[in-house]
Every structure is written in C-alpha cells, then in structure tokens.
Design a protein around this ligand. Sequence first.
Ligand code: NDP
Length: 341
Amino acid sequence: TKILLTGGSGFIAAHILEQLLEAGHQVVTTVRSEEKAQKIRDAHKDLGRDVLDVVIVPDIAREDAFDEVVKTPGLEAVLHTASPFHYKWTDPLTEVVNPAVIGTTGILKALHRSAPSVKRVVITSSFASILDETRLEDPSVVFSERTWNPVTIDDIHRSKPTAYRASKTLAERAAWDFVDSSKPSFDLVTICPPLVLGPVIHHLASLDAINTSNERVVALARGDWKSSVPETGPPFLWIDVRDVALAHLRALERPEAGGGHRLFATAGRFCNAEIAKAARENFPELKDRLPGPEVTGGEYPPADKLFNYDSSETNAILGIDWIPLEKSIVDLIKDIKAFGI
Ligand code: NDP
C-alpha cells in the first residue's frame, strides 16, 4: 500500500515510518526542509524512491501546502502527524493554532479534491482534545473517546499548555466537521495519545533538541531531579512511542477502526516518582545524578483529587499489549546515555 506520512522528521513519525517500511508499505513522507529530508534519506540509503520518497512541504499553515503531494499517484492512505508540539513560540495563533488547524483542514480538502484513491486518513490528535483542564482534579469525571475538551480560540492566551491543547482540539474538531459536511471518499480515524515517552530514532542535533514529551526524562538523567522529584502534572497518563506508532498502523489496517472512531490510546497512569524509580533500579552507574529512594516528590495525587478515564473501546479495537513504563524509560535512557548526557 502507498501511504503519505506528514512530518516524517518528528519523534512519533520516525517510529511510524520504521513500522510502515517494516510492514512492506511504500511511503511518501513530508518534512519542512531539504536538510531534514536528507537525514531521512541517509538513514534509509538502501531503499529506492519507489519505496521511500521524501518531499518538502515548508509551511503547513498555508492552505495549499499539501496540494501537490496529495497528487502522488496511487496513494491509498494518509497519516497526518505534523503539528507544533513545543513551547518555543511567542504568538499562539500564528505559531501553534494555525499550523495545527490549517494543516489539518488543508490536507483533508486537498485529498478530497485530488486524491480519490485514498480510503483512510489517520490524524494524530491528542488526549489534549479529550480532557477538560478545569476538571483534572475531579474524580467524578471520566475522560473517554466520547469526551471533548471545551477549550475555545478565546482561551489560547491563558497559558502555553492551554494554547497547545486548543490547537489539537480545534484541529481535530475541524477534521470531523469537514468529514461530516463534505462526505469525502475516505474515512477518518483520530488517535488521541497522552504523554508519549520512549526511544528516540529521529535525527537529533543534540539532546537539547529532544522532543517535548521526553524532556522530563532528559532532565532526570542530567541530574535535575537529584534532590527532589518534580510534581507530575497533567496528563498523568502515558504511552510508549512504539505503541503510538503501532496504533497508527492498526488504525490504518483494521476495518473496525473506521466508522468515525477517536482512539484514546494509553498504557495507563504514570507519575514522576515511578519514572525516577525505573531509572534508579536500572542505571546504577547514574547513581550520582539520580534521586535515591529517600527522595520524595512526584507521587500520584490522592484518588479523590484525580480524574478517571475509560479507554476500553479503543483497547478493544486496537488489541495492543501496552509496553510497560519501566521498559519505555530504560530504552529512552539508553538512547540519552548514547548521546552523552
Ligand atoms: P515532534 O516535535 O517531534 O514532531 C512534530 C512534527 O510536526 C515534526 O515533524 C515537526 O517538523 C512538525 N511540525 C511542527 N510544527 C510545524 C509547522 N509549523 N510546520 C510544519 N511542520 C511542523 O513531536 P511529536 O512527534 O511528539 O508530535 C507528533 C504529533 O503527535 C503532533 O501532532 C503532536 O501534537 C502529537 N502528540 C504528541 C504527544 C507527545 O506526547 N509527544 C501526545 C499527543 C499527541 P520539524 O521536525 O521540522 O520540527
């Protein structure tokens, strides 16, 4: 099958790309610059352009960004992962929300116009579009595939995390609205993972360029948690990056993922204290940097101060045996060590 993968230089997308190639798919992937394209080509020197083609799409916030690449002959499915997930910006509208929303609607419109062979589109949304940040401490709330973040465009100046969550929520809503109103020939699946942790296989210029969701583990490995483990903070739920990638592949391949599903893919709860424990128990050579067992902080909030969640519908569709937290942390810290901390 020939598949278009947007944002191929990203942390999650690099794992998706590996798994797609492994499964024998042909892939066309988009990146922002020639330099990033070359890194991906270099990492897959043995593959011909018919198996892996890397195309430059410089600015996904342009309405016509994807107009040409969607005309690739024979495309059968699309995985749209590209979207800003970092806090290095000043204007939330132009730097976060617009690339997320216009990137999403732009590719859907282009596919609808010019790619009748595409049967399924999978969009990387987020648990950010499921949660309600005013109810994270409310044990009576059950976040699930059916719940939506009530955030609006008017909230984007509240905080950086709120702006990011709004970008994901508005983009996902816009995608479902487009499918409802335009009735394209493809069907849509969205994947809504919480914090994604795990090994890094995309090109990283340095550890300082680590993707946002792995930042806390880099901080731990560098010694920042030595005397106190920071509060965990939302989302309190996590998933390994290899499982996120697998969820995308299954969403693509399984007929039962279609029909309008949002997939809330999560391995379950985590807290920073558990991350610290996994590091301590597996990397005695990092003892001088890691918090000892006597160091407190980063525990779970009490059950009456934490939301509940239900992802059973997704688990039934995906049938993934989730990678445990300890393995994810161990594999990530191995990569961090290989970089030279
Ligand atoms: P990365 O930052 O590694 O990847 C983001 C990708 O989007 C990169 O390919 C990046 O390109 C591209 N991108 C970002 N902004 C733009 C822009 N303005 N124009 C064009 N491309 C852009 O993070 P992740 O791999 O974690 O994120 C991938 C997707 O997963 C995103 O949609 C994110 O919202 C979602 N997600 C991530 C979670 C996590 O915890 N990691 C949790 C839930 C959802 P470049 O490499 O050039 O910067």
